[in-house]
Design a protein around this ligand. Structure first.
Ligand SMILES: [Zn+2]
Length: 504
């Protein structure tokens, strides 16, 4: 039996539960179950969110590359996420729908599509399952009933709350975030007189809908809608099991969202739901936290077009992807013009070497083997795996790829001859470079430049066709039009012999 790559290069990852780097041991050998909190689809996804989803894309890509079968679940939050964490304020989707005079599902559709577009632009692969909160109302009601039966939840006036103090008397609320219930009870605001909670640390599982609330479902407690935390407990355990391997999200979700998820799952099943909690760090801008109120929050489109006060020019999605991969997922990453300019150069270097390498092939024969070079090339390929297996360190992986790109340029320039290494070694080196750059890091050739080139080529053909028509050579002009049409490029004749084209 051949050894699997995941046995040869065991993965370690930083578990937020222990705060330590641990060796990853899957529940089912050869399989990885991973859940990541997806977007609340009430506005355009900003760059900080993109970083989180890109990092979990990297993680799932590498597990697959090692030969694991990965089930990656990332949800869409389309109900229940209120404006603040204390179960107060309007539902974010409902509010947007009210302000824009739309149905809530119109809001959801619009921003889900925007989210998918952005993911595609950054080459972030879709998850295996993308469940939505509104698609799992029945399951949420069922688990809330179970929590009430188990004594961890109570109903007041048509709303249901999780009893944190009761839970904490037999279990550990704060196990993930290291918060202490007694301190949470003392800090912050006092309970409002109209607050129905027994204790202010309690959180909503189900909220009663006012007569004007548009998003509502019938339940044993009357018409209402689910709290935010319960959806993730339901959707993660439904598709991955009561206990699963990895749960991820941005660091800001650790408390209260993920802490509440643990309490809900333990309260319902008696089992700890997640073996490894993984959190990605924040994106800062010139050293400051990215936030809408500071005016330093970026939308992907502003970045591509350069239409933002803090940007000197636009950057392609692959440059941004490269930039984000330069830092470890658990570190903060600072966003600035200078950093992006440097990333653009770095990315181009790796991308050029990729193009060169794809054209290089070993002649087959060897003259005299250079054992040092052989060892170096094999060591570099080994290093790629070791770096990524070490807590998905994309930064050191990129450093190794840079070293490999210098070797590639040596081959191209003829400084070293391919006949001094074995064809097998060259094969491993080539597959390693291409595999890690394209499949693991997800860096493809930037389409933008190719698109520009394609447009110029079409312009040339359009001019030729114009000339053919002037010469009354309709056979040739029709051929150009039909051949382009066959490739999905439509030429449209305008007045005065002007021509335009569209590409499918
Ligand atoms: Zn969640």
């Amino acid at each position: 039996m051949t050894m699997k790559a995941y046995d040869k290069y065991p993965v370690s990852l930083t578990n937020s539960l222990s705060g330590k780097k641990e060796v990853f041991k899957p529940l089912n050998p050869g399989h990885v179950g991973m859940y990541v909190c997806g977007p609340t689809v009430y506005n355009n996804v900003h760059l900080g969110n993109v970083r989180t989803f890109m990092m979990f894309d990297l993680i799932s890509r590498y597990f697959r590359f090692l030969g694991y079968k990965v089930r990656y679940v990332r949800n869409i939050t389309d109900v229940g996420h209120l404006e603040n964490d204390a179960d107060e304020g309007e539902d974010k989707i409902s509010k947007k729908a009210r302000l824009e005079e739309l149905e809530p599902m119109e809001v959801v559709k619009q921003y889900t599509e925007d989210f998918h577009d952005v993911m595609r632009q950054f080459n972030i692969l879709p998850p295996s399952i993308e469940p939505s909160a509104t698609g799992h109302i029945i399951e949420q009601i069922e688990i809330i009933k179970k929590l009430i039966r188990n004594g961890f939840a109570y109903e007041v006036n048509g709303s249901v709350y999780f009893d944190v103090t009761r839970y904490n008397s037999t279990h550990h609320y704060g196990i993930l975030s290291k918060r202490i219930v007694e301190e949470l009870m003392e800090s912050g605001r006092k309970l409002d007189s109209q607050d129905e909670k027994r204790n202010k640390v309690d959180f909503a599982l189900w909220k009663k809908a006012s007569p004007y609330h548009i998003m509502r479902w019938p339940s044993p407690w009357g018409d209402g809608f689910p709290g935010w935390h319960i959806e993730c407990t339901v959707m993660s355990t439904k598709y991955l099991g009561e206990t699963f391997d990895i749960h991820g999200g941005g660091m800001d979700l650790k408390f209260p969202h993920h802490e509440c998820e643990i309490a809900q799952a333990v309260g319902a099943t008696g089992k700890s739901p997640v073996n490894y909690w993984v959190h990605t760090n924040m994106l800062t801008v010139n050293g400051q936290k990215m936030s809408k109120s500071l005016g330093n929050s970026f939308l992907p489109d502003e970045l591509f077009s350069g239409s933002h006060a803090l940007l000197e020019k636009g950057y392609g999605p692959m440059t941004v992807r490269f930039f984000m991969l330069q830092s470890h997922y658990s570190s903060t990453l600072d966003f600035s013009n200078e950093a992006l300019i440097a990333a653009e150069k770095g990315y181009k270097k790796l991308s050029n070497a990729l193009t060169t390498l794809k054209r290089l092939s070993h002649p087959g024969g060897v003259t005299t083997i250079n054992p040092e070079l052989e060892n170096l090339l094999l060591k570099l390929v080994d290093e790629l795996h070791l770096n990524m297996s070490d807590d998905f360190n994309s930064a050191t992986t990129l450093a190794t790829l840079f070293e490999m790109s210098s070797r590639i340029n040596d081959f191209k320039a003829g400084n070293t001859s391919l006949t001094t290494i074995n064809p097998e070694t060259f094969g491993l080196f080539k597959n390693g470079y291409i595999g890690f750059l394209e499949e693991v890091l997800g860096l493809t050739e930037e389409i933008e430049h190719n698109q520009e080139l394609l447009n110029s080529v079409i312009e040339v053909l359009v001019d030729l066709r114009k000339k053919a028509r002037q010469d009354r050579n309709f056979e040739l002009s029709d051929k150009i039009r039909d051949d382009l049409k066959g490739m999905g490029i439509q030429l449209m004749d305008g007045k005065d012999g002007e021509m335009n084209f569209t590409i499918d």
